[in-house]
Structures are given as structure tokens and as C-alpha cells.
Design a protein around this ligand. Structure first.
Ligand code: 3SL
Ligand code: MG
Length: 247
């Protein structure tokens, strides 16, 4: 299994994701939100690029949908929730469909269309993602959402941890130089909560007094589910869908 890494949503190239098992990572905070919501019984997540698209879908039936996401890390006017995973508790999300738009994470998911699989990864479900990748047994493209088109330390070190889990599970793994670098950064900085202080996005989250989000998003392996994006929707799919190409 070959593993490569793309550093931001703006750097995704079609031929790099085509036919691969992609893992989209936006640990601060979109993929942590999606994983948490699905784990708490949310029926599914529809990622969209614009606020207008999100409102259009949710206006079809306000009881069926929850609107979530952010712009500049803040709640969007008229939305139910912002982009804090701690908001997406069972009593709010159970059996609802979350329509979500964020600055980087949802762009990275949509940008990965054409991959064989698009898994949603974060630190909170890292080990489960590694297990799922082994099961899929395809070459892997890790897609870091990054921050506004820039490289982001948080997504990079999270990728390094997922690679570390894979290396512990299999000997048949070949890393590109950038994948090796992300693994090296992780092995030298296993205390992710401390290392993430260097990330520029950390400052923004701290400014907004969202330390609880940071603590939660930096916790490894507390969730076993691996949400997957297929045909416009993120959920945990049956195995029968495994071989289909994402459209
Ligand atoms: O960019 C995104 O998708 C968000 O996760 C960013 S934020 O952490 O909500 O600011
Ligand atoms: Mg991010």
C-alpha cells in the first residue's frame, strides 16, 4: 500500500485522488464535527460549499435538517450550530441530517470526488481509519484540508498519527517523502495537544475561547466509526458499496 499526502484543499489534483482511498482530515474542526455527529446518531451529513446551498436544502424541511458550520470559525447567521464538535450532542443530532458548510473541510471533501473511497478522518477516530484503510487495501491519498489554502500543522500531525497506526498494523506500506515527514513530525511530538500550539489556526481557536474544542479534537481514538462520503452524503455505509467509485 502506497501512502501520499496533499497539504491543503487548494492543492488537490484530480489525478492524485482518482481511484485511491482518500482520507480527508480537518481535525480543527470539520472532520471532528462530522465524526462526532455520526457517532452520536446523526443520520447523515451533507457537505456543501456555500451558505446559500445549505439554506436551500434545509428550507425544504426544517425538522429534518440541522444547519451547521462556520465562516472565520464563527457560527453562520440563521444556522443551528457553529463548528464545535461539542455542540453535536445526541439529543440534537439523533436521526437528523446535518447540512454543513465550512471554510476548508467541506471543500476538501468535495474536492476529493473521483476517489474510490472518501473517508472522514480526525485524531478522535484515527485508529479506526487506519483499520478501515487496511481493509480497503488500496493506495491511500491523505488530503489535509489545511487552512485557507495553506499548509496546516494540525492536519499534518494528525496524518502522521494515522500513518503511525498503519505502520504498526502492516509491513506492506510505502510512504512518499511528504508522508514520511508527517510521520516523523508525529513520532517526535506524540503529545499533539502541546505541539498544536505552533499551528496558526490554534491562535484563532484560542482567541475565541474554544480551548475545550482543542482538547477534544486532540484526543486520540475515542470514536470507532469511520464516516464516508459517497454520492453527496456522508454516513457509515454498508460494505456492499465498497467497490463503487465516488461521484
Ligand atoms: O475550515 C474548516 O472546515 C473549519 O473546520 C475551520 S474552523 O476550525 O471551524 O475554524
Ligand atoms: Mg482546519
Amino acid at each position: 500500500m502506497k501512502i501520499d499526502l496533499i497539504i491543503s484543499a487548494d492543492d488537490i489534483k484530480k489525478d492524485k485522488v482518482q481511484g485511491k482511498a482518500v482520507v480527508v482530515i480537518d481535525m480543527l474542526r470539520a472532520t471532528s464535527v462530522i465524526t462526532t455527529a455520526i457517532n452520536n446518531g446523526c443520520n447523515s451529513v451533507i457537505p456543501v460549499l456555500t451558505i446559500e446551498e445549505a439554506l436551500k436544502i434545509s428550507n425544504e424541511d426544517r425538522d429534518k435538517y440541522i444547519l451547521g458550520g462556520e465562516r472565520k470559525a464563527l457560527k453562520i447567521e440563521g444556522f443551528d450550530c457553529a463548528n464545535s464538535p461539542l455542540e453535536y450532542k445526541e439529543d440534537l443530532v439523533k436521526d437528523k441530517i446535518l447540512v454543513m458548510t465550512t471554510s476548508n473541510g467541506t471543500r476538501a471533501i468535495k474536492g476529493s470526488i473521483g476517489a474510490k473511497n472518501i473517508l472522514i478522518g480526525a485524531l478522535i477516530n484515527a485508529k479506526a481509519v487506519a483499520n478501515k484503510l487496511l481493509e480497503l487495501d488500496a493506495d491511500v491519498q491523505i488530503v489535509n484540508a489545511g487552512t485557507y489554502g495553506q499548509f496546516s500543522i494540525d492536519d499534518f500531525i494528525c496524518s502522521g498519527y494515522i500513518i503511525d497506526c498503519l505502520l504498526k498494523m502492516s509491513t506492506d506500506i510505502e510512504l512518499t517523502d511528504i508522508a514520511k515527514t508527517s510521520h516523523y513530525i508525529y513520532t517526535e511530538n506524540k503529545d499533539i495537544t502541546s505541539f498544536i500550539h505552533y499551528a496558526s489556526h490554534y491562535k484563532r481557536i484560542k482567541e475565541l475561547n474554544l480551548e475545550d474544542d482543542l482538547k477534544y479534537c486532540c484526543t486520540k481514538d475515542i470514536i470507532d466509526v469511520v464516516p464516508e462520503y459517497r454520492n453527496g452524503v456522508i454516513k457509515v455505509f454498508d460494505e456492499m458499496y465498497k467497490e463503487k467509485t465516488v461521484v
